[in-house]
Ligand binder design. Structure first.
Ligand SMILES: [Zn+2]
Ligand SMILES: [Zn+2]
Ligand SMILES: [Zn+2]
Ligand SMILES: [Zn+2]
Ligand SMILES: [Zn+2]
Ligand SMILES: [Zn+2]
Ligand SMILES: [Zn+2]
Length: 1754
């Protein structure tokens, strides 16, 4: 060991070298005072090893510490060489069944929704994969760090607690044995000694508070005089503030400052200066001064270096202890003992206590180290976990107090460990009974909320910032309470009962402080000045909601507890209401012969509060009593007689009236705070313990009261008593000139009151209220949600209340009520309500918001219409009430109720004025319906002997009694049935009458009175007739309405066209213009179609007339006309790249003439296909530019396009564009001089061209020498023999109009500028090359897409692509006319020389390094510059054909040289076919030329096969190219996918089917050429294996393969650490979907400079990988990111879906996610089509906030 270290150690300190671990340990073994000995050793060495300079040197320090400090301890502990000792220990150890893996930040964790006891129980990935839960409903989350794997904890899992790795052996029992029995006595003693000393040392030094002085036993003489200026972390200051301050205070660079800030943020502290005291003190004062302005200053300390050194070692030591105990459970047990041993100061003085109690004073790094040690020691040993839990509970109050003062997040506080004990059921129970934990938590909580009003209630108004901060922190206590309650006890001891009820008392005290808090008074006259604080109270309520529910759950488990709790709750409620009637005078109400006493109280005038947790808790307990039946068996145990129903209902009723009044607009002046409170009161997050319970409380009250009395009190609270007790109210209000607002208000209040009655009777779906179970309740919720519309899983989950386990119970019932519809390529999967469930629909379902109610009504009526049913929505049949609530139904047939119903019907019948409303009537009808349903059920379920007391039908048949003597309700309904103004409600009234008759029948069949039967029959008969007439009338109405609508619509359409004339015309003409393009393909019979050469099929291009989208003028595309242009977007592309490491280094020097076959950087052109006049476009662009400049000056906002870079949006479709392409006629027909002379053969042609080139070279040389020497050189002129017909001085006339010429330059320059990323320079000789290149590259990309999608080459291109390719090709072919003549000629000469050698052009790329299609395009398109000077009669098309043949042959040779002829096992021994023989012969020639280097001759069959496959993409591209160049339509065979594409392509391209024939026909020249191609150093090098080359056919690029299971990506990302900050976990790991690189995004550490700007890792990567465009997956967010350039970006839906067909952006739901291949393909297609930038543009236009994001920092 020592020998390895020597060379390093030598250089550092002689004394360290002399140190031998074995010797030191030996000395220690002999020592009498071991502690002194060890401390002396540490005092001497620690300052020598640690903190020797301004920056830490972890490697050196670790190495030395191991050698000098830890080594001796290990020797001492083992009693021998630890290299042998530890493995022995490990072997003897019987490992625990707990996994205990501590989670890293971002690591995936899994919880089983079926088996986990609570959601905090999680598994690590490894354990999860080996567990049974894989097959269950699991949840996946990413860990925030901290916490550990619960595998093996039998208390955490209902089933399958062990994974396969941690499973118990069969022989093993679960019983615990003492782990110390595996250790020797000696070993135990030594371990005990050393652990005691070291643990104490670490604790002492870490909690040491002096800055300049060491503990006495560590002080040394002659210590150095060096200090550190230590900067500490806080959660107040931002990164930017710290960085800025540091740059000022310690004169460091920004980069260093970022480094410091990052470390401070991660570790909690970092020294920022090293030196003498003064020097450090100075930095400290600058930092403090600079950061104290607005907030408290940053914490800085000047510390002596030796203290810092000992603290560093202290931390190292804790880590070391953690790893040592990993060897043996025995060692771990000893460490636990040492840690919890009581210290000298008695209770709470153990080392563990000391650390915990200092927690808030320690810095982040120290905390996390010791927390981790606790987790791997105390929490892994079941015996000590219990003891530790007790210590924790004893310290609980103090720890929480410290936490309140601490400004660190809870995650780094020791209080966060609570989850480890409190969620373990037995521990929690033990802590409740032994440490009275429930009470402690609640009391601690109350202690921290001291701010109260005079009644002792919480008051949040006028909170200071500090109080608000504390309030946020104190909420974590509620979380602790939740943990304690989360697992419910199965059996109760008396102790537990006692302690629980004590806790319940404390809890009631807490709720008492909330009962009636934040009271409000109606504001009249003036609007409130300031919105009162309301959020804090609701936050508290929301946080407590689960706790309140859990308290009830606990009570429900034990009758004794339940009864006690009920009594306690009732007592507290009475306390709250004592003085209930104070100052409120009693009054007497009477109606319909009933009278009741109540108090005078008006919600609209006095204080009212929404917070009534005590009442609501009592309501909850009451329901539980009802459910448990204890109430019937032992009624004497209950204080039911003490209940005063009017008192119970008073406050909940006030609260409900408040809601009604707010809805009626009476509280408008109280502002938004009230509206918000009402919203949350009904919201799914709160309603379970607020609104729902208020309804239950009223139901409780009604069931115990005379319903008439209840209704009268209710009328009074709604402030409607006057209206119903005054006869002829309706008439009076309609006749008199009353205040409309008041009437309106009263109408709303009446509606609300009726709604409340409907709810009281109808809401019986809580177990205990009605005879239902929990599933029925959820089913009903889901049915009503889905009645609104089909919903996605996540929407449903959001609409249902979650329990503390985040479960809604939905999964268990959803199949029964809904069908799942899978999602398509976009959107999500939806649940649709099963048709048979619509009968359970209740229009007045109490959880509907008003908007939901009207949507549901509409949807349900529509459904009924579709099914051709009548549209009545009668109340559903309801389950019966539980006995305690049974009497509630009588409210429906009570006298007051009938009076209310009768009054409203009367108003409706009178139908005068506005003192009634349709919805009022609708509610009355609903109530009548409910009563009828009730009666029907009673009759159906009644047993012989009992009497049906529900006699609603009889009561409504009787006419009203005095004084009004109104007609009976039934009679009024019959009247209303024919009222023309109640069309909508007719179906409902008819339903009521029908049901009424049905009930009558039942009654009569049971009794014996046949008289009424006939009457009923007549009624039914007449109603049948009525039905018929009614239907007819309705049909007529419907017809008329339809006609009216049609008339309206056509009127509207006319208007619309008038207003949008331009747009309309445009669309019409657009359609026309596309159709002309289609008609352009002339009808040519299916004779042989040939695209090029002298044999080319002659087509006459029809006149092309297009319309400008801007000025709407038509124009023909002609050479001498004004230019028409297409909006176009040019971009660099690496989509086809086969080498992502290559990019253009120096664009100024880059020569693009030859494209390398790796296609590493191309230029792509796309277009939306919209046509404009060139001058119209220019005007438009100038306007956009001017507008943008003004806007930027004014608002400094960004746009989705960069005007300065020439970008604009297509004026029609808003597609991002950056230039325009001119529309042209086929250029070949303009330049080709028809000639009928004999055309030369390939050999002749090459010879002629070579001669012409020579002549040109000669002339060029002449020119230059002429100009330099200025001598007459006519002699040499004579030497040159000009080839026949060649006139190099000839300059052709440019046929194009000025406007077209200008556009040729514009697009050419744009391509050059974007493609090379250089400043525009139209003179640059590379401009034409870039144009040809873009043409070739774009054709290649489209060929690839068609190939990958297995689509035919022609016939399937979208119109815009067809237009774009045509214009692009024609433009590229015409561009030479806009460029310098000699430049183009020179390009041609060089290109030509790459195939036909010319000694003047050396150093051209070899045949392996040229992309042949790019070469073909450039050659063909530059050739006219030479050909136009040739008057010998050779036509342009002949040249095209020969160029094509020549390049094709070169490509074949290229393929043969590079085709990796893998050993073919196929037995194709004898070549038989013509092609095979020919290709074999050619291969032999190659072998001959290339020497022996070429591989053995493979079979001819194989060779031919590779040639055919390799050349296909080239042929397909060529076909596209010549098609667009010459306009010859494609033969029908290649417009469909077929088998013999190859033959048809060959014939279209004027090639022999046997391509090798080309060589045979021209063998004379080809042998020479082949030799020259092969006789090249690079080729030789390749054949000898000295370099690589691209082989053919090149495979299409795809995005990387993604795993099916998303969690494997999360795991991959959690193992990824930031490449720049040495092993730190990356915060936003982001995967490049193009190349698979993982990046550390959105973080300071990985910012780099790009073109003078700081950019994040993703943006930097796009420049390397995608020439500015990137597609990433943000792994933690599960979100796709598109980036383009530095300023553009957007998010895109990820290709991962859960089982419900939904994405989970942000991973909030945690359902298992799987790859959706179709969606991923869609993203891939966007990429392959170069549509990423366009997609971003559209996203940014649609969502302006995307424009503001600093994409470059991602
Ligand atoms: Zn595990
Ligand atoms: Zn496991
Ligand atoms: Zn499970
Ligand atoms: Zn125009
Ligand atoms: Zn467009
Ligand atoms: Zn990449
Ligand atoms: Zn990083």
């Amino acid at each position: 060991m020592a020998s390895e270290l020597e060379p390093e150690v030598q250089a550092i300190d002689r004394s360290l070298l002399e140190c031998s671990a074995e010797e030191t340990a030996g000395k220690w073994l002999q020592a009498t005072d071991l502690t002194r000995e060890v401390y002396q050793h540490l005092a001497h060495y620690v300052p020598k090893i640690y903190c020797r300079g301004p920056n830490p040197a972890p490697q050196r320090e670790d190495m030395l510490a191991q050698h000098v400090l830890l080594g001796p301890m290990e020797w001492y502990l083992c009693g021998e060489d630890p290299a042998f000792g530890f493995p022995k220990l490990e072997q003897a150890n019987k490992p625990s069944h707990l996994c205990g893996r501590v989670f890293k930040v971002g690591e995936p964790t899994y919880s089983c929704r079926d088996c986990a006891v609570d959601p905090t129980c999680v598994l690590c990935m490894e354990c999860f994969l080996g567990s049974i839960h894989r097959e269950h409903r699991y949840r996946m989350t990413t860990s925030g760090g901290g916490g550990f794997c619960d595998c093996g904890d039998t208390e955490a899992w209902k089933e399958g607690p062990y994974c396969t790795k941690h499973e118990l052996n069969i022989s093993e029992t679960e019983e615990e044995e003492d782990p110390l029995i595996h250790l020797t006595e000696d070993m135990i003693a030594r371990t005990y000694n050393i652990f005691t000393i070291m643990f104490r040392y670490a604790v002492d030094i870490l909690t040491w508070e002096k800055e300049n002085e060491l503990p006495p036993d560590l002080e040394t003489v002659g210590k150095s005089d060096t200090y550190y200026c230590m900067l500490f972390n806080d959660e107040v200051h931002t990164y930017e503030q710290v960085i800025y301050t540091l740059q000022k205070a310690v004169n460091c660079t920004q980069k260093e400052a970022i480094g410091f800030a990052t470390t401070v943020d991660r570790d909690g502290r970092r020294s920022v200066r090293y030196g003498d005291f003064q020097y450090c003190e100075q930095a400290k004062s600058v930092i403090v001064r600079n950061t104290s302005r607005q907030t408290k200053p940053l914490k800085v300390q000047v510390m002596h270096s030796s203290i810092v050194a000992h603290q560093s070692f202290g931390l190292k030591l804790l880590t070391w202890l953690g790893s040592i105990i990993g060897y043996s459970d025995g060692l771990r047990r000893i460490l636990c003992q040492v840690g919890l041993q009581e210290g000298p100061d008695g209770e709470n003085s153990s080392l563990v206590d000391k650390l915990m109690l200092c927690d808030s004073k320690l810095w982040k790094g120290a905390r996390s180290v010791y927390h981790q040690l606790f987790m791997s020691s105390l929490l892994m040993d079941l015996k000590f976990k219990k003891l530790f839990a007790i210590h924790f509970a004893k310290n609980y109050q103090q720890l929480q107090r410290d936490f309140m003062e601490d400004d660190h997040e809870r995650a780094v506080s020791v209080t966060a460990l609570s989850v480890q004990f409190f969620t373990a059921p037995t521990l929690a129970r033990m802590l409740i009974t032994e440490e009275n934990l429930m009470t402690t938590i609640i009391k601690t909580f109350m202690d921290h909320l001291k701010h109260r009003d005079i009644q002792g209630r919480f008051q949040f108004e006028r909170y200071t910032a500090l109080q608000a901060f504390k309030f946020r922190r104190v909420q974590s206590l509620i979380l602790d309470l939740k943990y304690v309650l989360i697992s419910k006890p199965t059996d109760w001891s008396d102790d537990l009962r006692h302690k629980f009820l004590e806790g319940f008392d404390a809890f009631l005290e807490l709720l008492k402080c909330m009962q009636g808090m934040d009271p409000i008074t109606r504001q009249v006259g003036q609007h409130i000045e300031m919105e009162p604080e309301w959020e804090a109270a609701f936050t508290l309520q929301m946080k407590l909601t689960h706790v309140i529910s859990m308290m009830q759950d606990w009570c429900a488990l034990d009758e004794k507890v339940l009864i006690e709790a009920y009594k306690k709750c009732l007592a507290v409620l009475m306390q709250c209401h004592s003085g209930f009637t104070d100052g409120e005078q009693p009054i007497t109400l009477s109606l319909c012969g009933h009278a009741v006493e109540t108090i005078r109280y008006c919600v609209s005038q006095e204080k009212v509060s929404i917070h009534l947790p005590i009442s609501r808790l009592l309501a909850g307990l009451h329901v539980l009593l009802s459910k448990s039946e204890v109430a019937y068996r032992f009624p004497e145990l209950l204080p039911l007689s003490e209940l005063s129903p009017p008192m119970l209902i008073e406050h909940p009723l006030r609260c409900l009236v408040l809601c009604a009044q707010v809805h009626a607009g009476m509280w408008r002046r109280n502002g938004f705070s009230l509206v918000n409170q009402i919203y949350y009161y009904h919201n799914v997050k709160c309603r379970r313990e607020m609104f729902d319970k208020d309804i239950v409380m009223l139901q409780t009250g009604v069931s115990m009261m005379d319903p008439n009395h209840f209704l009268m009190i209710m009328l009074s609270r709604f402030e409607l008593y006057q209206i119903f007790s005054t006869p002829d109210y309706g008439k009076r209000f309609s006749s008199e000139n009353t205040n409309k607002d008041v009437v309106q208000q009263n109408n709303t209040l009446i509606e609300e009151m009726l709604y409340l009655i409907i709810m009281l009777v109808g809401e019986r779906f809580s177990p205990g209220v009605g005879h239902v179970n929990a599933t029925d309740e959820i089913k009903r919720e889901i049915i009503h949600q889905l009645s609104i519309r089909p919903m996605a899983h996540s929407e449903l989950v959001k609409a249902l209340p979650e329990d503390e386990n985040k479960e809604t119970g939905m999964e268990s019932v959803i199949e029964a009520v809904a069908c799942f519809k899978k999602p398509g390529l976009t959107g999500r999967g939806l649940y649709e309500l099963k048709p048979e469930c619509t009968k359970d629909f209740n229009l007045y379902f109490y959880h509907f918001s008003r908007a939901e109610q009207s949507k549901a009504e509409e949807a349900q009526r529509k459904l009924k219409r579709q099914n051709r049913e009548d549209t009545a929505l009668p109340p559903p049949v309801l389950p019966p009430f539980c006995p305690l609530f049974a009497s509630l139904v009588n409210i429906l047939q009570s006298d007051v109720m009938l009076c209310i119903m009768g009054t409203i019907l009367q108003w409706a019948v009178e139908h005068n004025g506005y003192a009634w409303s349709e919805s009022m009537l609708q509610r009355v009808l609903h109530l009548i319906g409910m009563a009828l349903q009730e009666e029907k059920q009673h009759l159906e379920n009644v047993s012989e002997e009992s009497v049906v007391t529900f006699t609603f039908t009889q009561k409504i048949s009787k006419p009203g009694e005095a004084p009004s003597s109104s007609p009976s309700i039934l009679a009024m309904l019959e009247t209303l049935q024919n009222a023309p103004y109640l069309e909508v409600h007719k179906d409902m009234i008819r339903w009521i009458l029908k049901t009424f008759n049905a009930i009558k029948k039942i009654r009569e069949s049971s009794s014996t009175s046949p008289v009424v039967e006939a009457e009923g029959a007549i009624m039914e008969e007449s109603s049948k007739d009525k039905d018929k007439a009614e239907r007819k009338r309705k049909a007529e109405i419907a017809r008329l309405r339809r006609e009216k609508i049609m008339a309206q619509m056509s009127e509207m359409q006319r208007h619309f066209i008038d207003e949008n004339k331009e747009l309309f015309q445009q669309t019409l003409e657009l359609d026309a213009s596309t159709s002309t393009v289609l008609n352009n393909s002339p009808m040519i019979s299916d004779t042989l179609l040939i695209a090029l050469g002298p044999e080319q099929t002659q087509v006459t291009e029809q006149r092309q007339i297009v319309t400008c989208i801007l000025c709407q003028e038509e124009q023909e595309v002609k050479v001498d006309n004004k230019a028409m242009v297409l909006a176009a977007f040019v971009q660099r592309s690496t989509v086809l790249s086969k080498n992502r490491n290559k990019f253009i280094q120096d664009p100024e020097k880059y020569d693009p003439l030859f494209m390398h076959p790796d296609l590493s950087c191309g230029t792509h052109t796309g277009s939306c296909g919209h046509i404009m006049h060139a001058h119209c476009w220019q005007r438009y662009f100038d306007a956009v530019q001017a507008k943008e400049q003004r806007r930027q000056q004014r608002l400094r906002v960004h746009t989705s396009y960069d005007v300065e870079n020439g970008e604009f949006l297509c004026p029609l479709c808003e597609c991002l564009s950056n230039t325009v392409i001119p529309l042209l006629q086929p250029p070949r027909s303009i330049f080709n001089r028809l000639d009928f002379s004999d055309q030369p053969s390939l050999v002749q042609w090459i010879r002629t061209i070579s001669q012409q080139i020579k002549a040109l070279q000669f002339l060029r040389k002449e020119e230059s020498t002429f100009s330099t020497l200025s001598s007459d050189n006519s002699e040499s002129m004579i030497e040159l023999q000009l080839p026949e017909g060649f006139r190099p001085d000839f300059r052709p006339k440019n046929p194009y109009s000025e406007s077209i010429k200008e556009m040729l330059t514009t697009f050419g320059t744009a391509t050059y500028k974007v493609g090379l990323k250089v400043h525009p320079n139209e003179e640059d000789p590379r401009v034409p090359v870039m144009c040809w290149g873009s043409c070739a590259y774009t054709i290649q990309t489209i060929e690839r897409i068609l190939n990958d999608e297995e689509k035919p080459l022609f016939g399937h291109l979208p119109c815009r692509q067809d237009d774009c390719l045509k214009s692009l090709t024609r433009f590229a072919a015409a561009h030479w006319t806009a460029a310098s003549f000699s430049v183009v000629q020179e390009h041609f000469c060089i290109l030509f020389a790459s195939l036909v050698p010319n000694e003047k052009y050396g150093n051209l790329p070899c045949i392996l390094d040229i992309d042949m299609f790019h070469l073909l395009v450039s050659l063909v398109l530059s050739f006219p510059a030479l050909q136009c000077q040739d008057f010998s009669g050779f036509s342009l098309t002949t040249g095209d054909l020969h160029i094509f043949h020549l390049v094709t042959m070169a490509h074949i040779v290229q393929i043969l040289l590079t085709s990796c002829t893998e050993e073919n096992g196929m037995d194709q021994e004898n070549p038989t076919g013509e092609e095979e023989l020919a290709v074999l012969a050619l291969y032999k020639t190659l072998c001959h030329c290339a020497g022996s280097a070429l591989k053995e001759i493979p079979s001819g069959w194989h060779l031919w096969r590779s040639v055919k496959a390799g050349i296909m993409p080239f042929l397909r591209c060529s076909a596209l190219f010549f098609h667009y160049l010459n306009g010859v339509p494609a033969p029908s065979e290649i417009q469909v996918t077929g088998t013999n594409q190859f033959e048809h392509l060959c014939s279209y391209l004027s090639l022999p089917n046997n391509l090798i024939c080309l060589f045979q026909e021209n063998s004379k020249i080809m042998n020479t050429l082949i030799e020259s191609w092969c006789n090249n150093n690079e080729v030789k090098k390749y054949l000898e294996g000295g370099r690589q080359a691209i082989s053919y056919a090149r495979e299409s690029n795809k995005l990387i393969d993604l795993p099916d299971d998303y969690s494997s990506l999360i795991n991959q990302a959690s193992n990824f650490s930031c490449p720049k900050s040495g092993g730190d976990k990356s915060r936003a790991p982001t995967l490049c979907l193009v190349c698979g690189t993982m990046l550390c995004s959105q973080s300071y550490c990985c910012q780099t400079e790009l073109e003078g700007e700081d950019v994040g890792a993703c943006t930097a990567h796009t420049y390397i990988c995608g020439s500015g465009v990137g597609i990433f997956l943000r792994v933690r967010e599960c979100q796709v990111l598109f980036l383009a350039g530095k300023t553009k970006g957007c998010f895109y839906a990820p290709p991962y879906l859960d089982d419900y067909g939904e994405t989970d952006q942000g991973l909030r739901r945690g359902n298992p996610l799987h790859l959706c291949k179709e969606r991923f393909k869609k993203i891939q297609k966007l990429w392959q089509q170069h549509s990423i930038t366009e997609e971003i543009g559209h996203a940014q236009e649609a969502n302006q906030t995307l424009v503001g994001i600093d994409w470059q920092h991602l």
